[in-house]
Design a protein around this ligand. Structure first.
Ligand SMILES: Nc1ncnc2c1ncn2[C@@H]1O[C@H](COP(=O)(O)OP(=O)(O)O)[C@@H](O)[C@H]1O
Ligand SMILES: O=P(O)(O)OC[C@H](O)CO
Length: 495
C-alpha cells in the first residue's frame, strides 16, 4: 500500500492527514497556533509557527500511522489563502509576521485605489475586487513598513509567498520557490487570463517581480522534502488553496457544479469551466484548479461569518455549551417570532463587500430568548448563502446545470442548518460521506500526479452521498422570510 501525506495549513490550526491509495484516511494530527492581533482589524501569524506546526503534525502523523516511510510517495499542501509572507532568501527568516487574509490594515489604501479609477483594470486582470483581503496590498505594506525591505527586495535578497510557497521553501530546504495557479490567483498580482504575474500591477505597487514565486499547475513537481525531515526525500506533487482543494475534493469538475464549505466563514465556488466569467454582482473570478497547463475557472462568493456565529453564541453570549446544541434550540424556537440576525461582526463579504457595517438583531420581543437567537444564527448562514447563489445565477447559469449544492466543513454537520439551507435556496443540498474534502482534494492531486491514485473520472465516481436535504418549505414562507432578511441587511448597511 502507498500513502500520500496531505498538509492542511488553516487559519487557526495546521493538520496533517495521511491517506492511503484508496483515499481512505489512515491517521491524522492537528495543532493550533497563536493568533496575533497587534491592533484592531489587524491579524498576524508567526510564520515560524506555521512551519513548526506543519513539521510537527507531519512527523506525528507518520509516527502514529506506523508505516514504512518509503511507502509515503507524495506530499500535498493546501492552505489558508491570501496570507502574505516575506522572508530572507539566504537565511529563510521572515522579515515580518504573516499578514493574514482577515487583516484589514490596508483598507484606506484600497479605498484610495478604488477612488483612483484603477478598479476595473484590477478586476479585468485578476478577477478580484480591490480589497485588503488579497495579498497584493499586504505585500506592499510590508515593503513600505519594514526598514530597508524594498531595497533588499530590489537587490534580490527577499522572497514573497503565500503560505504554500513558504512551507515548500521550508520543506525543500530553500530549494524551491514555487506556488500553484489557485494560490497565485488570490494575490491580486496574477493575470488569470494570461497565466502570469501582472507587470502593470507589480509596477503600480512598486513590487520587484524577482521576489515572486514560479507558478505551476496544481498537480506538478514542486520539489522534494529535505531528507532529514522525514527520513527520506518525498516529492511534493499537489498544491491548492484550501477552498479550491475542497472544490476538487467535492469532485466539482463539471461546469455548473457548486460547493460551499462551512467553517469559520463560508466559501462557495461554482465551476465555470474554461471561461473566466466576470461577475456583475460583486463575486470573485478565480482559478478552481489548473491541470496540464489548462486552468478551470470558478466564480467565488466569500462570507466571513458562518460557523463563527455559532462560536459567538457559545463563547460570547454563552447560551450554548457546544455547537451541536444549536439544533435542539432552533427546533424549540417560537414559530410566531421572526427574529433575524445579521452577523456582520467584521462587516459583510460577498455580494455586499462592506467592511464597516456591524452586526444587528431585528424583531426581538420580550419572549425572545436563546432558542430564537440560535435559530436566527443558523438561519443567517442559509440567507447569506442564498445571497451568494442568487448572485451566481444572475451572473452565469449554463444550460441544464444542476441546482445541487455540495456542502462540507464543520458546520455542515448541523442537519437543521442544512435543511434550512435547502428550504431557503429551494434546491437540494448534498452532504458527502467524507467531510475532509479539503485534504482529500489535495491528497488526490498529489497522489494522481505520482500515479498511485485514480484519474479524474474515477475519482469523481468515488464521491459518496451521506445525506441529501430537499426543500420542504412552502413558497410563500420562503418568500416572506427572505424578504425579511433582505430588509434586515439593508437596515444593517444603513446603520
Ligand atoms: N453541529 C454543529 N452545528 C453548528 N455549527 C457547527 C457544528 N459543528 C461545528 N460547527 C461550527 O463549525 C465551525 C468549525 O468548522 P471547521 O470546518 O473545523 O472550521 P475552520 O476550518 O474554519 O476552523 C465552528 O465555527 C463551529 O461553530
Ligand atoms: O483557513 P480557512 O479554512 O478559514 O480558509 C481561509 C480561506 O482560504 C481564506 O480565503
Amino acid at each position: 500500500m502507498k500513502y500520500v501525506l496531505a498538509i492542511d495549513q488553516g487559519t487557526t490550526s495546521t493538520r496533517a492527514i495521511l491517506f492511503d491509495e484508496k483515499l481512505t484516511i489512515v491517521a491524522q494530527a492537528q495543532e493550533e497556533f497563536p493568533q496575533i492581533f497587534p491592533q484592531s482589524g489587524w491579524v498576524e501569524h508567526d510564520p515560524n509557527d506555521l512551519w513548526g506546526t506543519t513539521a510537527g503534525t507531519c512527523r506525528e502523523v507518520i509516527e502514529r500511522a506506523n508505516i514504512n516511510i518509503a511507502d509515503v510517495v507524495s506530499i500535498g499542501i493546501t492552505n489558508q489563502r491570501e496570507t502574505t509572507i516575506v522572508w530572507d532568501r539566504k537565511t529563510g527568516e521572515p522579515i515580518h509576521n504573516a499578514v493574514v487574509w482577515q487583516d484589514r490594515r490596508t483598507a484606506d489604501f484600497c479605498k484610495e485605489l478604488r477612488g483612483s479609477g484603477h478598479s476595473d483594470m484590477f478586476t479585468d486582470r485578476t478577477g478580484l475586487l480591490v480589497d485588503p483581503y488579497f495579498s497584493a496590498t499586504k505585500l506592499k505594506w510590508i515593503l513600505d513598513h519594514v526598514d530597508g525591505a524594498r531595497a533588499r527586495a530590489l537587490n534580490g535578497d527577499l522572497l514573497f509567498g503565500t503560505v504554500d510557497t513558504f512551507l515548500i521553501w521550508k520543506l525543500t530546504g530553500g530549494q524551491s520557490h514555487v506556488t500553484d495557479a489557485t494560490n497565485a490567483a488570490r494575490t491580486m498580482l496574477y493575470d488569470i487570463r494570461k497565466g502570469c504575474w501582472s507587470q502593470t500591477i507589480c509596477g503600480l505597487f512598486d513590487i520587484p517581480m524577482n521576489m515572486l514565486p514560479q507558478v505551476k499547475d496544481s498537480a506538478a513537481d514542486f520539489g522534494q522534502s529535505r531528507p532529514d525531515l522525514f527520513g527520506r526525500h518525498i516529492p511534493i506533487c499537489g498544491v491548492a488553496g484550501d477552498q479550491q482543494a475542497a472544490t476538487i475534493g467535492q469532485a466539482c469538475f463539471e461546469p455548473g457544479m457548486l460547493k460551499s464549505t462551512y467553517g469559520t466563514g463560508c466559501f462557495a465556488l461554482l465551476n465555470t469551466g474554461d471561461t473566466p466569467v466576470m461577475s456583475k454582482n460583486r463575486l470573485l473570478t478565480t482559478i478552481a484548479y489548473q491541470l496540464d497547463g489548462k486552468p478551470t475557472y470558478a466564480l467565488e462568493g466569500s462570507i466571513f461569518i458562518a460557523g463563527a456565529v455559532v462560536q459567538w453564541l457559545r463563547d460570547g453570549l454563552k447560551i450554548i455549551r457546544e455547537a451541536s446544541e444549536t439544533q435542539p434550540r432552533a427546533e424549540g424556537a417560537d414559530k410566531t417570532q421572526s427574529v433575524v440576525l445579521v452577523p456582520a461582526f467584521t462587516g459583510l463579504g460577498a455580494p455586499y463587500w462592506n467592511p464597516e457595517c456591524r452586526g444587528a438583531v431585528f424583531g426581538l420581543t420580550r419572549n425572545s430568548g436563546p432558542n430564537e437567537l440560535a435559530r436566527a444564527a443558523l438561519e443567517s448562514v442559509g440567507y447569506q448563502t442564498r445571497d451568494l447563489l442568487d448572485a451566481m445565477r444572475a451572473d452565469w447559469t449554463p444550460d441544464g446545470a444542476s441546482s445541487v449544492l455540495r456542502v462540507d466543513g464543520g458546520m455542515s454537520a448541523s442537519n437543521w442548518a442544512m435543511q434550512f439551507l435547502a428550504d431557503i435556496t429551494d434546491a437540494p443540498v448534498d452532504r458527502p460521506k467524507v467531510l475532509e474534502t479539503t485534504a482529500l482534494g489535495v491528497a488526490w492531486l498529489a497522489g494522481m500526479k505520482v500515479g498511485v491514485m485514480p484519474a479524474q473520472e474515477e475519482f469523481s465516481k468515488q464521491w459518496e452521498l451521506d445525506c441529501q436535504f430537499q426543500s420542504q418549505m412552502a413558497e410563500e414562507e420562503r418568500h416572506q422570510k427572505f424578504a425579511n432578511w433582505q430588509r434586515a441587511v439593508q437596515a444593517t448597511l444603513a446603520y
